[in-house]
Ligand binder design. Sequence first.
Ligand code: IVH
Length: 664
Amino acid sequence: MNLKEATQRTAQLRETIAGHNHRYYVLNQPVISDFEYDLLLQELIGIERKFPQLQQPDSPTQRVGSDLTESFVPVKHKYPMMSLSNTYSEGELMDFDRRVQKTLDVAPQYVCELKFDGTAISLIYTNGLLTQAITRGDGERGDDVSANVRTIRTIPLRLQGNPPDELEIRGEIFMPFAAFDALNKQRFEEEEPLFANPRNAAAGTLKLLDAAIVANRNLDCFLYYMPAGDGLFRTHYESLQAAREWGFQVSGHIRLCNSMQEVLGFIHHWDTARKALPYATDGVVIKVNDYAQQRRLGMTAKSPRWATAFKFKAEQAVTRLLSVDFQVGRTGAITPVANLDPVLLAGTTVKRASLHNADQIALLDIRLGDTVIIEKGGEIIPKVVDVDCSQRAAGSLPFEYITQCPACGATLKRDEGEAKHYCPNDTGCPPQIIGRIEHFITRKAMNIEGLGSETVELLYHKGLIRHVADLYHLRKEQLLPLERMGEKSVDNLLKGIEQSKKTPFSRVLFALGIRYVGETTARKIADAVGSLDRLIRLSEDDLMLIDEVGDRIAESIREYFAKAENMAIVEDLRVSGLQFEAEAKVQLSSVLAGKSFVITGTLSRPRDEFKVLIEQHGGLVSSAISAKTDYLLAGDKGGSKLQKAEKLGVQIIDEGHFNLLLNL
Ligand code: IVH
């Protein structure tokens, strides 16, 4: 490689890496694996080393990626949050040990720990009380996410024993697999985008603006490092024992090692054993135990020389791509799925893998019959990550993505900025119709007992139901002749349908299956507007005043009710006697009618109480400030919302002023 080629390649790599940094840290939506990312970074480090004249202060090799967002208050770290050097090879790990021994002149004792795959956090305790929790950010400054971190049950708010007056301790916040699965299941039902893995779910959750939602997501935390530990203890290991006594959750999977043999033993053990853990790990961290030795080894600009991470490779398998199926969801979204020659991967036989979307297939140039590499990271289903082109049959052709819906033949569409194609034939495409009916009957929606997916398909194929309203017109004599429909199951089915008429309005609204209106949003809308008729009349702007409703949801609701077919179904359901009104709410006055509020900061009582009060007087409460907000009710420590309100010219009021508004 000459200088010209190196210049070109570094520019390319820097741009690519910066793009991946943004996707990883800011959007929480990485498109490549950590391994692939590290390869890019290693390549850049290699070139910069060879051509030092190409080094630049703003190269991605010079800093830790940033996860700063604008919604939290940035705080400077007292001790910078470093990252760790890392390697995937045992040879490089031995090099690390050699470098350490060269500086120290002795073989040190190492502490081996698991590398938890979550998001780093620094906790600050003053006089034994949790006072601040800060994300890594860019390593120098992080976001103050204290309100969210306080909801994590394993993080003590008050310490036990005799901790120092000022204590800073660091660890990893993560989402256990069970919580991750439950969250994605809920998001699937609510048509929210799924989190790719528990790490993104944890990072995304920590950046939510509503701590009440964070509290329901079951985050967890292991602590593993005290930046000022050397002032208190002789060794890192002792600091962890003390941390445990003060009430922190410190992992039990730690080993003191007196040789590299023992270190490798720990690594080999956990490369397999980690698969049985209820949370994600992506490697082992090896730290020099003795603080005096740590001090002698010191730091580089980015990471300590006394520690390194050995990363496990995501488990991969090689197999053949036999064919591609295209699934049509209830909203018409098309998902390509690879059918594979069955292969064993991480303990299960894999026959299918995700291909994501048309772009991904084109990017990897995946072709039918190809030998493909599949990977199971922390992800839900395995994905195709690469193609072994050397195995490609001569004459193979690039994969042609479908242009027509595989179920109904309609021409597929793709909206700008959306990764997925979709079938626009929502009223005539069978999987969409069946999908909507299946959604309508689910437990969280109408909860129709005695009716399951198979029966829905049967009823649809026999021509007895074309849409959800038809369920309420089914008669016994139509059902009895069907296969597997005895007198008793028919009676149960009809009873279940009849009973569902009592389902509360918020769930009816969710059951309609309006795009982006999930269970929680439906509840908020039902609470705010009170009836379907009022909802039908609201403009997009009015809709956006409702908590959790943004332009995407507002537009989708308008589109839904603008369609004659949907209105016909709604009217049909009304005639059948479904609940179109919310249960009456206490209305004390209408002095706040038409006024919208946002609440921030610490008030004398929980925010929810103020919300109820505002609503009882006819006002609306939403979570985000816009130019349409009338008042920002601000308590202590209002944060970024105050700045935003000032910028938008929204009136900021305190509790006293608020009481005046209500004549309290
Ligand atoms: S020690 C100065 N120990 O890995 C050293 N880090 O790639 C501080 N991590 O930023 C880190 N498990 O977010 C340490 N047992 C462990 C860890 C761990 C996970 C994360 C941490 C760190 C990143 C480095």
